[in-house]
Design a protein. Structure first.
Lengths: 571, 475
């Protein structure tokens, strides 16, 4: 059965057909085949694809100029030009003849005037429908019909209908047999027929205003925001009509529409949708509890990367449109806290500092609602991401953010540890004891930093830690500079309680093995100076008069170091 | 936009016919050397030459009371009715079924063309006009004209179009059933087939609106939902074309029509075919079907964008213009354009179909009368006007009792708005309780002696009362 899907084509006349024309047709088809293969291998905007389609257009136009419109017939695994084979392939989805044949195309004609966009469109569709799916939403023929290329004609058969039994009038009953012959008394008693002169008047002619209005209606419909309209309907259904069995399917559809709305920057639509879903969620608590897990799941899905990744295409628009940024913020704030897992990594791709800042605020808000997803984000392997996310923890309430920061001080990245340390100290200095082990961190920078924090304020708890660190010989580093810094920190945080230890370290030194003895003495002297206590000063005086040159030397160096430090402060 | 007839007052076919008619008239009263006559001959020659676009000739012939030029039916317009009717009578009175005119007429001496016109005129006075014309036109002098003998068989293209329309209708019926059944049995459903069929319907519509409107008269009492779905699609498409929708918009509209009642697949036959009044619960189930249709659309295997576009109209097809109707909702937004179209098409087809709770349907003209009363409340008043203009006072498929005692089936309505004198196909009793096709007649035809119409409509009848499927006769 053959049907002409577009205007029926007249056979192209090749009056001057020669072997040369056949050869040209064969060469041309070879270019078609190459272009089709390139479309399958590379994206359409790839140079290779573009070049191959340009080649086809050039050859096609040369052919048309010389021989007229280019028409070829389609068979299962070959293409014919006036009954002669110009392409022989194998019947599979890689073969152009087979793809065309499978969807029922019988012949194709490329006509004079054909341009690059049409040919590119043809290859795009050919590639798109290379493989058919059972119960799909279209095929090459339906797509060509929709595309309506002006210089491309074809004829297609209804391949998919061939095996169907065609019904006929004989199988249809106009009415119930019992009623046949019953007269038409029913409608006589009702209203007038249109044919009644009273009814049928010239007023049924359209006025110019009505014609205008009609045109306007059509125009408005063409420009209609379908997503908004559709979601309105879906919301009505979710609010008033949904049944348990259908909810999952409907929500799956809504999810796709939500994603679509975001990708089209129709953020108001997305916002309305989420607001409505939250309201429905609330109302379901009383009378449709079965819906709640599904609505929760929907919100979780809507907050996932698979949906939110469309925003990556949207950032440039948002940079320009402030009102849209505000809308997006509102949308994101309505998502599940899981959204941070998607938004976080995406924020790294955003170049605009303004959008970055706004995204961080959103992440902070969502993490404040539930920190667990954010915690998962902080377990990410990407150090840059963790680095970007950590500031969020600064203002979050509760103990967990601090716990996370403490955990991050153990991160393998020096930068992460440093930032975690800084944020943690900005949150709560009391937590210094929790991160005391950083005193032996591999990084000089971190060690210096923590010792700086330790030495900043008098703190008996920390003092105990530092004392313990020395007394129990926990220090793992035998680095004199480090030791000196630790003593200096002890001087900053310590109290009279440290004097006994420092005295021992300065004056006795017996407990200290080998080479670092002098460093301990010097450190102890430095710490004692920093304590600024009379008792400490007494010990220093004693050291200055010690019989042991090592002790005096330690005192002297500490004094010099202290002077330098003071001098540095003055300068 | 809507008024096609206003937009194309001078179709090439009509221009040709007018030039031909004018030549035949002027040649009766002027000598060959008269300027008016010569001008009319040139005009006729030009119209022939200009009509020979793809072929070296044009064929002008009569089938079933209608003129066809190049196998294309001449559009039935009241403004040109007298012209067409006059020419029909001229041809029929000479037994002439058609003429084939060749482009070489452009090279013929003008006197030969005038002689050709005189031959046609004089043939009316001959005993066997047709044979006489054929004899007169023999020879090289008239090599640019041929008499056509067509045995009143429709042109091949027209026959093919009708076959195509019928096939497409029944395949659409089967496609909707298939989708409905797959949804009911929770199997995956795509819409490839549906899309192709809707595209075909749109293509057929672009060729012959009357043909498609004729198809929309098909009824099936047992599987009402499916024929109704196809009919709503067809009526909606016709209305969509009238208001100037784009091709892709038409595709969507057609799919909406086919799928608008998919929600009924879940309703039991006991309820659908219950002759008694429905209980509240049963009625609620019926009222839920637009919602169920939407949910079934959601489950289709098609791209989300298309779903999004077809969901609102399907949800709205039982809403009224004033937002009453069902399903219940709390929206304040007006019904969308497609929803308003579907409402009109849906109600019209439902009213004119026989149902278990209303065995005798409304005749199309009475259904339209009732719908008019709801303009502005139930229906978009402008769209309803377009719909009425499209269908005419007596829509295609209306069975009419004529004052001659004959029964006629409205087969075509003039293009102009609401004309009450359609072309009808006379139905002749087959002696077995059924009918066969008679001749097509134009109810606008007058008796030249009295100036009165030859036939008048007494009343419209129900095809169902006679067990008639109008489409079967119209194809």
């Amino acid at each position: 059965m053959t049907e002409i899907s577009m205007e029926k084509g007249l056979p192209t006349a090749y009056d001057d057909l020669t072997d040369e024309a056949f050869q040209s047709a064969r060469d041309l088809i070879a270019f078609f085949i190459i272009a089709m293969k390139n479309y399958a291998l590379y994206p359409e905007d790839n140079e290779v694809s573009q070049q191959s389609v340009e080649n086809v257009v050039t050859r096609l136009n040369e052919f048309i100029k010389k021989y007229g419109d280019f028409r070829f017939d389609v068979k299962k695994n070959r293409l014919l030009f006036l009954d002669r084979i110009v392409h022989q392939g194998v019947p599979n989805v890689g073969d152009m003849a087979f793809i065309l044949f499978r969807d029922g195309i019988q012949w194709f004609e490329f006509q004079k005037g054909i341009e690059l966009p049409e040919v590119a469109g043809f290859f795009r569709l050919l590639n798109q429908f290379r493989e058919t799916v059972e119960e799909s939403d279209g095929d090459l023929v339906t797509a060509l019909w929709e595309a309506q290329f002006p210089h491309l004609r074809y004829e297609a058969t209804d391949v998919f209908l061939d095996d169907e039994i065609l019904q006929d009038f004989s199988l249809l009953r106009v009415t119930d047999e019992d009623d046949r012959g019953r007269d038409q008394e029913v409608d006589q008693e009702t209203s007038q027929a249109i044919s009644d002169p009273d009814t049928y008047t010239a007023t049924w002619e359209l006025t110019p205003e009505e014609i205008n209005k009609l045109g306007q209606m059509v125009l408005e419909d063409e420009n209609l925001d379908n997503i908004g309209e559709t979601l309105d309907v879906i919301i009505v259904i979710l609010r008033e009509h949904i049944e348990e069995d259908d909810l999952e399917d409907v929500l799956k559809f809504v999810l796709a529409e939500f994603r679509d709305a975001l990708s089209r920057v129709e953020l108001q639509v997305g916002l309305n949708l989420l607001e409505q879903v939250h309201e429905i969620h609330k109302s379901c608590k009383t009378n449709r509890a079965w819906a709640i897990p599904m609505l929760d799941h929907f919100l979780k899905e809507a907050s996932g990367y698979q949906v939110l990744n469309v925003l990556q295409e949207v950032w440039p628009v948002l940079e320009i449109l402030g009102s849209h940024r505000l809308l997006l913020r509102q949308v994101l704030l309505l998502l599940s806290p899981e959204a941070v897992l998607a938004i976080g990594p995406m924020s790294l791709e955003v170049s605009s500092p303004r959008i970055q800042r706004e995204l961080m605020e959103v992440i902070g808000y969502l993490a404040g609602r539930d920190i667990a997803p954010f915690e998962r984000l902080l377990n990410h392997s990407d150090k840059n991401l963790i680095q970007r996310m950590m500031p969020v923890l600064k203002d979050l309430e509760g103990d967990r953010p601090s716990e996370l920061l403490i955990m991050l001080t153990r991160n393998s990245s020096e930068q992460v540890r440093k930032t975690a340390l800084d944020i943690l100290m900005a949150r709560d200095r009391q937590l210094l004891q929790e991160i005391f082990p950083l005193i032996d961190d591999d990084s000089d920078h971190i060690r210096r930093l923590i010792l700086q924090y330790i030495g900043e304020d008098r703190n008996e708890f920390i003092e105990d830690f530092v004392l313990d660190y020395f007394e129990q010989r926990k220090f793992q580093r035998h680095d004199n500079q480090h030791l000196l810094a630790c003593y200096r920190a002890l001087g900053g945080c310590g109290s009279a309680r440290s004097i006994a230890f420092l005295g021992r370290a300065l004056l006795n030194g017996g407990w200290i093995p080998g080479f670092s003895k002098s460093a301990h003495r010097q450190g102890a002297a430095i710490a004692l100076m920093a304590l600024e206590l009379d008792e400490a000063q007494n010990l220093l005086d004693k050291a200055s008069r010690s019989l042991f040159p090592g002790v005096r030397s330690a005192y002297r160096k500490a004094m010099e170091s202290s002077s330098k430090k003071k001098g540095a402060h003055i300068l | 936009m809507t008024t096609d007839s206003q937009e194309r007052p001078n179709q090439p076919e009509e221009t040709f016919l007018r030039a031909f008619y004018w030549l035949l008239q002027t040649v009766k009263i002027h000598q060959d050397n008269n300027k008016v006559l010569q001008d009319s001959a040139r005009e006729f020659i030009d119209s022939v030459v200009q009509s020979c676009v793809d072929d070296p000739h044009i064929t002008f012939e009569i089938f079933r009371g209608r003129f066809y030029l190049r196998e294309k039916k001449l559009v039935y317009r009241i403004v040109s009715f007298d012209l067409v009717h006059g020419m029909l009578q001229f041809f029929e009175s000479r037994g002439l079924q058609g003429l084939r005119l060749f482009i070489t007429m452009g090279d013929a001496p003008i006197e030969r063309v005038l002689a050709f016109a005189r031959i046609l005129n004089q043939a009316g006075r001959q005993e066997n006009s047709l044979a006489w014309i054929a004899h007169q036109l023999e020879g090289d002098a008239f090599s640019w004209v041929e008499v056509v003998h067509n045995q009143d068989e429709l042109p091949e293209e027209e026959l093919e179009l009708r076959k195509r329309a019928k096939r497409t209708y029944f395949y659409s019926l089967s496609a909707v059933k298939d989708v409905g059944q797959k949804i009911f049995s929770k199997r995956p459903v795509g819409i490839r087939k549906t899309k192709r069929l809707v595209q075909k319907l749109v293509d057929i519509l672009s060729e012959d609106e009357s043909l498609l409107l004729g198809m929309s008269t098909i009824r099936d009492f047992d599987d009402y939902t499916y024929t109704h779905s196809v009919n709503v699609a067809v009526l909606s498409l016709c209305l969509g074309k009238r208001i100037g929708l784009s091709r892709t918009a038409m595709e969507r509209l057609g799919i909406c029509g086919l799928f608008h009642d998919l929600g009924k697949t879940a309703i039991s036959r006991e309820i659908l075919f219950k002759p008694e009044q429905l209980t509240n619960r049963e009625f609620e189930e019926i009222e839920r079907h637009p919602v169920k249709s939407v949910i079934n659309i959601v489950k289709l295997n098609t791209d989300e964008d298309l779903k999004a576009k077809i969901i609102p109209p399907i949800f709205e097809h039982h809403l009224r213009y004033d937002l009453s109707g069902y399903p219940r909702h709390h929206r304040e937004k007006p019904q969308g354009l497609f929803g308003r179209i579907l409402t009109i098409a849906d109600i019209f087809d439902a009213m004119t179909s026989s149902r278990i709770y209303r065995p005798v349907p409304f005749s199309p003209d009475r259904a339209l009368g009732m719908m008019m009363e709801g303009a502005g409340k139930d229906f978009d008043p402008i769209l309803l006007k377009v719909f009425l203009n499209m269908l005419g006072v007596f829509p295609v498929g209306t069975l009419l009792e004529l004052d001659t005692g004959e029964i006629g089936l409205a087969m075509e309505t003039p293009e102009e708005a609401l004309q009450d004198r359609p072309m009808v196909l006379i139905l002749v009793s087959d002696g077995k309780g059924g009918f066969r096709k008679g001749k097509p007649v134009n109810l606008a035809e007058r008796d030249p002696r009295t100036g009165l119409f030859r036939r008048n409509i007494v009343k419209s009848l129900h095809p169902k009362s006679y067990g008639i499927q109008p489409a079967e006769f119209l194809l």
